[in-house]
Design a protein around this ligand. Sequence first.
Ligand code: FAD
Ligand code: A2P
Length: 370
Amino acid sequence: MYSQAKVIAGGLAHIPVVIAVFYFILTTFNKRALKFVEEAKTKKPEAKAVETKKVAVSKTEAPKTEAPKIVKKKHADVPVNIYRPKTPYEGTVIENYSLLKEGAIGRVNHITFDLKDSDPFLNYVEGQSIGIMPAGEDANGKPHKLRLYSIASTRHGDDFKGNTVSLCVRQLQYEKDGETINGVCSTYLCDIKPGDKVKITGPVGKEMLLPEEEDSNIVMLATGTGIAPMRAYLRRMFEPTEKEKNKWNFKGKAWLFMGAPKSANLLYEEDLQRYLVDNPDNFKYTKAISREQQNTKGGRMYIQDRVLESANELFNMIEDEKTHIYLCGLKGMEPGIDEAMTKAAEEKGLNWSELRPQLKKAGRWHVETY
Ligand code: FAD
Ligand code: A2P
Protein backbone atom coordinates (compact mmCIF):
# COMPACT_ATOMS: atom_id res chain seq x y z
CA MET A 1 0.00 0.00 0.00
CA TYR A 2 1.25 3.41 -0.91
CA SER A 3 0.61 6.01 1.69
CA GLN A 4 1.12 9.72 1.04
CA ALA A 5 3.84 9.78 3.72
CA LYS A 6 5.76 6.96 1.98
CA VAL A 7 5.68 8.82 -1.36
CA ILE A 8 7.01 11.99 0.22
CA ALA A 9 9.72 10.07 2.10
CA GLY A 10 10.72 8.30 -1.14
CA GLY A 11 10.93 11.63 -2.97
CA LEU A 12 13.06 13.16 -0.24
CA ALA A 13 15.38 10.15 -0.35
CA HIS A 14 16.21 10.99 -4.04
CA ILE A 15 17.26 14.58 -3.29
CA PRO A 16 20.93 13.74 -2.36
CA VAL A 17 21.21 11.67 -5.57
CA VAL A 18 19.91 14.60 -7.67
CA ILE A 19 22.30 17.04 -5.87
CA ALA A 20 25.24 14.65 -6.44
CA VAL A 21 24.46 14.42 -10.19
CA PHE A 22 24.20 18.22 -10.44
CA TYR A 23 27.47 18.67 -8.50
CA PHE A 24 29.24 16.20 -10.80
CA ILE A 25 28.02 18.02 -13.95
CA LEU A 26 28.96 21.43 -12.50
CA THR A 27 32.53 20.50 -11.45
CA THR A 28 33.22 18.75 -14.75
CA PHE A 29 32.04 21.85 -16.63
CA ASN A 30 34.11 24.18 -14.38
CA LYS A 31 37.26 22.07 -14.83
CA ARG A 32 36.87 22.15 -18.61
CA ALA A 33 36.18 25.88 -18.57
CA LEU A 34 39.31 26.51 -16.47
CA LYS A 35 41.41 24.33 -18.76
CA PHE A 36 40.11 26.28 -21.76
CA VAL A 37 40.99 29.64 -20.15
CA GLU A 38 44.49 28.43 -19.23
CA GLU A 39 45.05 27.20 -22.77
CA ALA A 40 43.87 30.51 -24.18
CA LYS A 41 46.26 32.39 -21.86
CA THR A 42 49.31 30.42 -22.93
CA LYS A 43 48.33 30.60 -26.58
CA LYS A 44 48.52 34.46 -26.73
CA PRO A 45 52.28 34.85 -26.23
CA GLU A 46 52.84 31.86 -28.43
CA ALA A 47 51.23 33.79 -31.29
CA LYS A 48 53.53 36.77 -30.58
CA ALA A 49 56.57 34.53 -30.33
CA VAL A 50 55.84 33.16 -33.76
CA GLU A 51 55.69 36.69 -35.10
CA THR A 52 59.06 37.71 -33.59
CA LYS A 53 60.59 34.36 -34.50
CA LYS A 54 59.63 34.96 -38.10
CA VAL A 55 61.60 38.23 -38.08
CA ALA A 56 64.54 36.57 -36.35
CA VAL A 57 64.62 33.75 -38.90
CA SER A 58 64.42 36.04 -41.89
CA LYS A 59 67.17 38.28 -40.50
CA THR A 60 69.59 35.90 -38.89
CA GLU A 61 68.49 32.43 -40.00
CA ALA A 62 68.13 31.45 -36.34
CA PRO A 63 67.32 27.75 -35.77
CA LYS A 64 63.61 27.00 -35.31
CA THR A 65 64.14 25.78 -31.76
CA GLU A 66 65.60 29.12 -30.57
CA ALA A 67 63.72 30.69 -27.63
CA PRO A 68 61.46 33.54 -28.74
CA LYS A 69 62.84 37.03 -28.10
CA ILE A 70 60.54 39.85 -27.00
CA VAL A 71 62.05 42.92 -28.68
CA LYS A 72 61.42 46.15 -26.72
CA LYS A 73 61.86 49.27 -28.80
CA LYS A 74 64.81 51.20 -27.36
CA HIS A 75 63.90 54.47 -25.60
CA ALA A 76 60.33 54.14 -26.89
CA ASP A 77 59.09 56.31 -24.02
CA VAL A 78 61.38 59.30 -24.81
CA PRO A 79 59.32 62.23 -26.19
CA VAL A 80 60.10 63.38 -29.75
CA ASN A 81 58.68 66.00 -32.14
CA ILE A 82 55.84 67.16 -29.94
CA TYR A 83 56.13 70.44 -31.90
CA ARG A 84 57.11 70.56 -35.58
CA PRO A 85 58.13 73.52 -37.78
CA LYS A 86 54.63 74.00 -39.24
CA THR A 87 53.08 74.31 -35.79
CA PRO A 88 55.84 75.38 -33.39
CA TYR A 89 55.25 76.27 -29.75
CA GLU A 90 55.67 79.96 -28.93
CA GLY A 91 57.64 79.97 -25.67
CA THR A 92 58.27 83.10 -23.60
CA VAL A 93 61.83 84.06 -22.69
CA ILE A 94 62.27 84.03 -18.91
CA GLU A 95 65.92 85.00 -18.73
CA ASN A 96 68.93 85.51 -20.99
CA TYR A 97 72.33 86.21 -19.43
CA SER A 98 76.01 85.95 -20.30
CA LEU A 99 77.93 82.93 -19.01
CA LEU A 100 81.30 84.59 -19.59
CA LYS A 101 83.68 86.40 -17.27
CA GLU A 102 85.58 89.61 -17.88
CA GLY A 103 88.20 89.13 -20.62
CA ALA A 104 86.46 86.18 -22.31
CA ILE A 105 86.33 85.69 -26.06
CA GLY A 106 83.00 86.06 -27.87
CA ARG A 107 79.50 85.79 -26.52
CA VAL A 108 77.92 82.76 -24.82
CA ASN A 109 74.51 83.05 -23.13
CA HIS A 110 72.27 80.94 -20.92
CA ILE A 111 68.68 81.33 -22.10
CA THR A 112 65.54 79.96 -20.42
CA PHE A 113 62.06 79.60 -21.95
CA ASP A 114 58.74 79.11 -20.22
CA LEU A 115 56.92 75.97 -21.44
CA LYS A 116 54.02 75.90 -19.01
CA ASP A 117 51.34 76.98 -21.52
CA SER A 118 52.35 74.39 -24.09
CA ASP A 119 49.46 72.04 -24.93
CA PRO A 120 50.40 69.25 -25.53
CA PHE A 121 53.07 69.83 -22.91
CA LEU A 122 56.58 70.12 -24.35
CA ASN A 123 58.37 67.67 -22.09
CA TYR A 124 61.90 66.39 -22.68
CA VAL A 125 64.68 64.40 -21.04
CA GLU A 126 68.37 65.12 -20.43
CA GLY A 127 70.49 64.82 -23.59
CA GLN A 128 67.81 65.94 -26.07
CA SER A 129 67.76 69.08 -28.24
CA ILE A 130 65.11 71.58 -29.27
CA GLY A 131 64.73 73.52 -32.50
CA ILE A 132 64.57 77.31 -32.60
CA MET A 133 63.01 79.18 -35.53
CA PRO A 134 64.53 82.66 -35.65
CA ALA A 135 62.19 85.56 -36.45
CA GLY A 136 62.48 87.17 -39.87
CA GLU A 137 63.17 85.93 -43.38
CA ASP A 138 66.17 84.69 -45.32
CA ALA A 139 67.65 86.30 -48.45
CA ASN A 140 64.93 84.62 -50.57
CA GLY A 141 62.12 86.08 -48.49
CA LYS A 142 61.38 82.73 -46.89
CA PRO A 143 61.08 82.18 -43.11
CA HIS A 144 64.39 81.16 -41.56
CA LYS A 145 64.93 77.44 -41.08
CA LEU A 146 65.17 76.06 -37.59
CA ARG A 147 68.49 75.47 -35.84
CA LEU A 148 69.02 72.81 -33.21
CA TYR A 149 70.35 73.50 -29.71
CA SER A 150 71.26 70.97 -27.02
CA ILE A 151 69.12 71.31 -23.92
CA ALA A 152 71.22 72.49 -20.95
CA SER A 153 68.60 71.94 -18.24
CA THR A 154 67.26 68.77 -16.67
CA ARG A 155 63.62 67.82 -17.30
CA HIS A 156 62.83 69.61 -14.02
CA GLY A 157 64.19 72.90 -15.33
CA ASP A 158 66.56 75.31 -13.60
CA ASP A 159 63.89 76.28 -11.04
CA PHE A 160 62.90 72.60 -10.47
CA LYS A 161 59.25 73.33 -11.32
CA GLY A 162 59.30 71.21 -14.47
CA ASN A 163 58.01 73.78 -16.93
CA THR A 164 61.06 75.47 -18.45
CA VAL A 165 63.88 74.62 -20.85
CA SER A 166 67.35 76.23 -20.95
CA LEU A 167 69.98 76.52 -23.67
CA CYS A 168 73.65 77.47 -23.78
CA VAL A 169 74.26 79.44 -26.98
CA ARG A 170 77.44 80.84 -28.51
CA GLN A 171 76.96 83.66 -31.01
CA LEU A 172 78.50 82.58 -34.30
CA GLN A 173 80.78 85.30 -35.66
CA TYR A 174 83.31 85.10 -38.45
CA GLU A 175 85.15 87.41 -40.81
CA LYS A 176 84.47 87.41 -44.53
CA ASP A 177 86.02 89.86 -46.99
CA GLY A 178 86.94 92.15 -44.09
CA GLU A 179 83.38 92.11 -42.77
CA THR A 180 82.10 90.52 -39.53
CA ILE A 181 79.29 88.08 -40.25
CA ASN A 182 76.90 87.25 -37.40
CA GLY A 183 75.11 83.91 -37.37
CA VAL A 184 71.35 84.35 -37.85
CA CYS A 185 69.86 82.21 -35.09
CA SER A 186 72.65 82.42 -32.51
CA THR A 187 72.61 86.24 -32.74
CA TYR A 188 68.80 86.26 -32.53
CA LEU A 189 68.98 84.09 -29.39
CA CYS A 190 71.76 86.06 -27.70
CA ASP A 191 69.78 89.29 -28.30
CA ILE A 192 66.29 88.21 -27.16
CA LYS A 193 64.86 89.72 -23.98
CA PRO A 194 62.70 88.35 -21.15
CA GLY A 195 59.06 88.46 -22.27
CA ASP A 196 59.89 87.89 -25.97
CA LYS A 197 58.12 85.02 -27.74
CA VAL A 198 60.23 82.41 -29.53
CA LYS A 199 59.15 79.60 -31.86
CA ILE A 200 60.29 76.26 -30.46
CA THR A 201 60.13 72.77 -32.00
CA GLY A 202 60.99 69.32 -30.72
CA PRO A 203 62.26 67.83 -28.56
CA VAL A 204 64.52 65.65 -30.72
CA GLY A 205 67.41 63.25 -30.27
CA LYS A 206 68.06 59.92 -28.59
CA GLU A 207 71.83 59.77 -29.14
CA MET A 208 72.88 61.55 -25.96
CA LEU A 209 70.53 60.02 -23.39
CA LEU A 210 71.91 58.95 -20.03
CA PRO A 211 71.82 55.28 -19.06
CA GLU A 212 69.30 54.36 -16.38
CA GLU A 213 71.76 52.44 -14.20
CA GLU A 214 72.74 54.41 -11.11
CA ASP A 215 76.17 52.74 -10.97
CA SER A 216 77.17 53.65 -14.53
CA ASN A 217 80.30 55.74 -15.19
CA ILE A 218 79.94 58.81 -17.38
CA VAL A 219 82.95 60.20 -19.28
CA MET A 220 82.21 63.58 -20.91
CA LEU A 221 84.35 65.25 -23.59
CA ALA A 222 83.12 68.79 -24.30
CA THR A 223 84.32 71.86 -26.15
CA GLY A 224 82.62 75.23 -25.67
CA THR A 225 78.81 74.98 -25.75
CA GLY A 226 79.24 71.18 -25.96
CA ILE A 227 78.96 71.48 -22.17
CA ALA A 228 75.16 71.98 -22.57
CA PRO A 229 74.01 68.34 -22.28
CA MET A 230 76.78 67.64 -19.75
CA ARG A 231 75.47 70.44 -17.53
CA ALA A 232 72.09 68.69 -17.53
CA TYR A 233 73.71 65.31 -16.69
CA LEU A 234 75.78 66.83 -13.87
CA ARG A 235 72.78 68.59 -12.39
CA ARG A 236 70.89 65.29 -12.50
CA MET A 237 73.77 63.61 -10.69
CA PHE A 238 74.89 66.22 -8.18
CA GLU A 239 72.49 69.17 -7.75
CA PRO A 240 70.81 68.53 -4.36
CA THR A 241 67.27 69.81 -5.16
CA GLU A 242 67.32 68.14 -8.57
CA LYS A 243 68.36 64.85 -6.92
CA GLU A 244 65.43 65.09 -4.52
CA LYS A 245 63.13 65.47 -7.51
CA ASN A 246 64.57 62.81 -9.79
CA LYS A 247 65.25 60.08 -7.19
CA TRP A 248 68.19 58.95 -9.37
CA ASN A 249 70.86 58.02 -6.87
CA PHE A 250 73.97 58.23 -9.05
CA LYS A 251 76.69 56.03 -7.55
CA GLY A 252 79.19 55.85 -10.43
CA LYS A 253 82.07 58.10 -11.54
CA ALA A 254 81.53 61.17 -13.70
CA TRP A 255 84.58 62.61 -15.48
CA LEU A 256 84.30 65.85 -17.43
CA PHE A 257 87.02 66.92 -19.92
CA MET A 258 86.23 70.54 -20.79
CA GLY A 259 87.83 72.62 -23.55
CA ALA A 260 87.66 76.43 -23.50
CA PRO A 261 89.87 79.12 -25.05
CA LYS A 262 90.40 81.06 -21.80
CA SER A 263 89.60 80.64 -18.09
CA ALA A 264 87.07 83.42 -18.47
CA ASN A 265 85.30 81.25 -21.08
CA LEU A 266 84.76 78.30 -18.72
CA LEU A 267 81.01 77.73 -18.52
CA TYR A 268 79.02 76.94 -15.33
CA GLU A 269 82.33 76.92 -13.44
CA GLU A 270 80.93 77.80 -9.99
CA ASP A 271 78.43 74.93 -10.12
CA LEU A 272 81.11 72.48 -11.25
CA GLN A 273 83.44 73.56 -8.42
CA ARG A 274 80.62 73.06 -5.92
CA TYR A 275 79.93 69.53 -7.28
CA LEU A 276 83.65 68.75 -6.90
CA VAL A 277 83.67 69.82 -3.25
CA ASP A 278 80.45 67.93 -2.46
CA ASN A 279 81.25 64.76 -4.45
CA PRO A 280 85.03 64.23 -4.38
CA ASP A 281 84.73 60.46 -4.95
CA ASN A 282 82.23 60.65 -7.81
CA PHE A 283 83.28 63.64 -9.89
CA LYS A 284 86.48 64.46 -11.74
CA TYR A 285 86.94 67.65 -13.76
CA THR A 286 89.82 68.11 -16.22
CA LYS A 287 90.21 71.38 -18.13
CA ALA A 288 92.02 72.16 -21.37
CA ILE A 289 92.34 75.94 -21.66
CA SER A 290 93.68 76.26 -25.16
CA ARG A 291 95.00 79.80 -25.13
CA GLU A 292 96.43 79.74 -21.62
CA GLN A 293 97.93 76.24 -21.46
CA GLN A 294 100.29 74.40 -23.79
CA ASN A 295 100.44 70.75 -24.77
CA THR A 296 103.71 68.77 -24.73
CA LYS A 297 104.46 69.91 -28.30
CA GLY A 298 104.13 73.59 -27.34
CA GLY A 299 100.78 73.94 -29.11
CA ARG A 300 97.34 74.88 -27.78
CA MET A 301 96.06 72.59 -25.05
CA TYR A 302 93.01 70.68 -26.31
CA ILE A 303 90.88 68.06 -24.59
CA GLN A 304 92.50 65.33 -26.69
CA ASP A 305 95.86 66.24 -25.08
CA ARG A 306 94.24 65.79 -21.67
CA VAL A 307 92.78 62.47 -22.81
CA LEU A 308 96.31 61.28 -23.65
CA GLU A 309 97.67 62.42 -20.27
CA SER A 310 94.99 60.32 -18.56
CA ALA A 311 95.12 57.39 -21.00
CA ASN A 312 95.62 54.64 -18.43
CA GLU A 313 92.95 55.74 -15.97
CA LEU A 314 90.51 56.51 -18.78
CA PHE A 315 90.90 53.14 -20.46
CA ASN A 316 90.60 51.33 -17.15
CA MET A 317 87.18 52.98 -16.97
CA ILE A 318 86.29 52.21 -20.59
CA GLU A 319 87.11 48.54 -20.06
CA ASP A 320 84.32 48.51 -17.47
CA GLU A 321 81.07 47.83 -19.34
CA LYS A 322 79.22 50.25 -17.08
CA THR A 323 81.14 53.18 -18.64
CA HIS A 324 79.54 55.47 -21.25
CA ILE A 325 81.42 58.16 -23.20
CA TYR A 326 79.77 61.35 -24.44
CA LEU A 327 81.34 63.71 -26.96
CA CYS A 328 79.73 67.09 -27.66
CA GLY A 329 80.75 70.41 -29.22
CA LEU A 330 82.97 71.29 -32.20
CA LYS A 331 82.83 68.85 -35.08
CA GLY A 332 86.50 69.67 -35.70
CA MET A 333 87.57 67.92 -32.50
CA GLU A 334 86.49 64.47 -33.71
CA PRO A 335 89.69 63.53 -35.62
CA GLY A 336 91.85 64.78 -32.73
CA ILE A 337 89.85 62.78 -30.19
CA ASP A 338 90.03 59.70 -32.42
CA GLU A 339 93.80 60.04 -32.71
CA ALA A 340 94.20 60.47 -28.96
CA MET A 341 91.95 57.49 -28.23
CA THR A 342 93.97 55.40 -30.69
CA LYS A 343 97.23 56.24 -28.90
CA ALA A 344 95.68 55.86 -25.45
CA ALA A 345 94.23 52.46 -26.41
CA GLU A 346 97.61 51.33 -27.78
CA GLU A 347 99.22 52.04 -24.42
CA LYS A 348 96.79 49.51 -22.94
CA GLY A 349 97.35 47.04 -25.77
CA LEU A 350 93.91 47.78 -27.24
CA ASN A 351 92.84 48.61 -30.80
CA TRP A 352 90.63 51.71 -30.87
CA SER A 353 89.39 51.16 -34.44
CA GLU A 354 87.95 47.84 -33.26
CA LEU A 355 86.87 49.03 -29.85
CA ARG A 356 84.98 52.16 -30.92
CA PRO A 357 82.38 50.36 -33.10
CA GLN A 358 81.92 47.84 -30.31
CA LEU A 359 81.25 50.64 -27.82
CA LYS A 360 78.89 52.28 -30.31
CA LYS A 361 77.01 49.03 -30.84
CA ALA A 362 76.71 48.54 -27.10
CA GLY A 363 75.19 52.05 -26.84
CA ARG A 364 78.16 53.33 -24.80
CA TRP A 365 79.74 55.78 -27.29
CA HIS A 366 77.59 58.90 -27.80
CA VAL A 367 78.53 61.71 -30.21
CA GLU A 368 76.80 65.00 -30.97
CA THR A 369 79.05 67.48 -32.75
CA TYR A 370 78.23 70.49 -34.93
P1 FAD B 1 74.07 80.70 -39.62
O1 FAD B 1 73.55 82.05 -39.92
O2 FAD B 1 73.21 79.55 -39.98
O3 FAD B 1 75.49 80.55 -40.21
C1 FAD B 1 76.11 79.30 -40.25
C2 FAD B 1 76.74 79.19 -41.59
O4 FAD B 1 77.76 80.17 -41.70
C3 FAD B 1 77.46 77.88 -41.77
O5 FAD B 1 76.58 76.90 -42.26
C4 FAD B 1 78.55 78.23 -42.75
O6 FAD B 1 78.02 78.20 -44.05
C5 FAD B 1 78.86 79.66 -42.42
N1 FAD B 1 80.05 79.77 -41.58
C6 FAD B 1 80.16 79.44 -40.29
N2 FAD B 1 81.39 79.68 -39.84
C7 FAD B 1 82.07 80.19 -40.87
C8 FAD B 1 83.40 80.62 -41.05
N3 FAD B 1 84.27 80.61 -40.04
N4 FAD B 1 83.77 81.07 -42.26
C9 FAD B 1 82.90 81.09 -43.30
N5 FAD B 1 81.62 80.68 -43.19
C10 FAD B 1 81.23 80.24 -42.00
N6 FAD B 1 75.03 75.77 -30.90
C11 FAD B 1 75.16 76.37 -29.68
O7 FAD B 1 75.57 77.52 -29.58
N7 FAD B 1 74.80 75.67 -28.57
C12 FAD B 1 74.31 74.42 -28.59
O8 FAD B 1 74.01 73.82 -27.55
C13 FAD B 1 74.16 73.79 -29.87
N8 FAD B 1 73.67 72.55 -29.96
C14 FAD B 1 73.54 71.96 -31.19
C15 FAD B 1 73.04 70.67 -31.24
C16 FAD B 1 72.91 70.05 -32.46
C17 FAD B 1 72.36 68.64 -32.52
C18 FAD B 1 73.28 70.73 -33.65
C19 FAD B 1 73.14 70.07 -34.98
C20 FAD B 1 73.77 72.01 -33.60
C21 FAD B 1 73.91 72.66 -32.37
N9 FAD B 1 74.38 73.95 -32.27
C22 FAD B 1 74.52 74.54 -31.03
C23 FAD B 1 74.70 74.77 -33.49
C24 FAD B 1 73.45 75.56 -33.91
O9 FAD B 1 72.46 74.67 -34.38
C25 FAD B 1 73.73 76.55 -35.03
O10 FAD B 1 74.30 75.86 -36.10
C26 FAD B 1 74.62 77.69 -34.64
O11 FAD B 1 74.04 78.44 -33.59
C27 FAD B 1 74.85 78.63 -35.86
O12 FAD B 1 73.61 79.03 -36.32
P2 FAD B 1 73.38 80.52 -36.88
O13 FAD B 1 71.99 80.61 -37.38
O14 FAD B 1 73.79 81.50 -35.86
O15 FAD B 1 74.41 80.59 -38.05
P1 A2P C 1 90.99 77.42 -29.82
O1 A2P C 1 89.80 78.24 -30.26
O2 A2P C 1 91.84 78.15 -28.86
O3 A2P C 1 91.76 76.86 -30.96
P2 A2P C 1 84.62 77.94 -27.69
O4 A2P C 1 83.47 77.31 -28.38
O5 A2P C 1 84.23 78.65 -26.46
O6 A2P C 1 85.45 78.75 -28.62
O7 A2P C 1 85.53 76.74 -27.19
C1 A2P C 1 85.97 75.74 -28.06
C2 A2P C 1 87.27 75.19 -27.52
O8 A2P C 1 87.65 74.09 -28.33
C3 A2P C 1 88.40 76.20 -27.63
O9 A2P C 1 89.28 76.04 -26.56
C4 A2P C 1 89.06 75.81 -28.94
O10 A2P C 1 90.41 76.17 -29.01
C5 A2P C 1 88.96 74.31 -28.84
N1 A2P C 1 89.20 73.69 -30.14
C6 A2P C 1 89.24 74.24 -31.38
N2 A2P C 1 89.51 73.33 -32.30
C7 A2P C 1 89.64 72.15 -31.67
C8 A2P C 1 89.94 70.83 -32.10
N3 A2P C 1 90.14 70.54 -33.36
N4 A2P C 1 89.99 69.88 -31.16
C9 A2P C 1 89.78 70.14 -29.87
N5 A2P C 1 89.50 71.37 -29.40
C10 A2P C 1 89.44 72.37 -30.29
